[in-house]
Ligand binder design. Structure first.
Ligand code: MN
Length: 225
């Protein structure tokens, strides 16, 4: 089963993450795309593309870059269930990936080639993102030579188009696209370690968004998108 590794690593009686046992929550449509900012033992960005009923997943330590001259290391990790795309909250400390998870960007993606399986096998997947923060043409290229994990190491690179930019999107747009919250807010709301989470927020904009200061901001319940 595609999700065996995902299930092996987690205890769903303790972690609020989706168990991925339901199959009918997402009607067929354009394929989902999501980036989750994850302050675990290290801050990283989990980049996920829906494919064949699961989310193909890569952990990107520095996050995506809009600059076509910048290549960002993306380590492929286990496939995640589709429902994971809507998960924002706190994974208890001591559990796999313990820490705070934010839905940093989401939308749809479409492949630019006509055979995704072949592109993945060859290690050269070109695609277009239709997200709220990330748009336009990108490529994931498998690399060789990062330690012994050669088959897991990829690079995420922006192609040159009108969405390319020198802007630092991670520090410029640090909030959740689901709830408008920073990591520190998500941790506090979820009973997590707010101090640890805040180290993943930008220094300048890391003041928590008090609800009264943002009366128009609707906070969605965590869980299914
Ligand atoms: Mn992660």
């Amino acid at each position: 089963m595609a999700l065996d590794k995902y299930h092996e690593k987690r205890n769903f009686r303790i972690s609020p993450e989706p168990s991925g046992t339901s199959h009918a929550t997402v009607p067929p449509k354009q394929a989902l795309y999501v980036v989750q900012k994850h302050r675990a033992s290290h801050l990283h960005y989990d980049f996920r593309l829906e494919r064949n009923g699961v989310l193909l997943s890569w952990a990107i330590p520095k996050g995506p870059s809009l600059d076509p001259t910048v290549k960002r290391l993306a380590m492929q990790v286990e496939d995640h269930p589709l429902e994971y795309a809507g998960f924002e909250g706190v994974i208890p400390e001591g559990q796999y990936g313990g820490g705070t998870v934010m839905v940093w960007d989401n939308g749809e993606w479409s492949p630019e080639g006509d055979d995704v399986e072949d592109d993945l096998r060859k290690g050269d997947l070109k695609f277009t993102l239709h997200g709220k923060k990330l748009r336009g043409s990108w490529v994931l290229v498998r690399t060789h030579g990062y330690g012994g994990k050669t088959d897991k190491s990829w690079l995420l690179i922006k192609h040159r188009d009108r969405y390319a930019s020198k802007n630092d999107i991670e520090s410029g747009e640090p909030r959740s696209v689901l709830s408008g919250r920073l990591l520190v807010d998500i941790a506090r709301d979820g009973g997590g370690d707010a101090e640890k989470a805040s180290t993943g927020d930008p220094k300048s904009g890391s003041r928590s968004s008090a609800p009264s200061a943002n009366p128009g901001l609707k906070r969605k319940k965590q869980g299914k998108a």
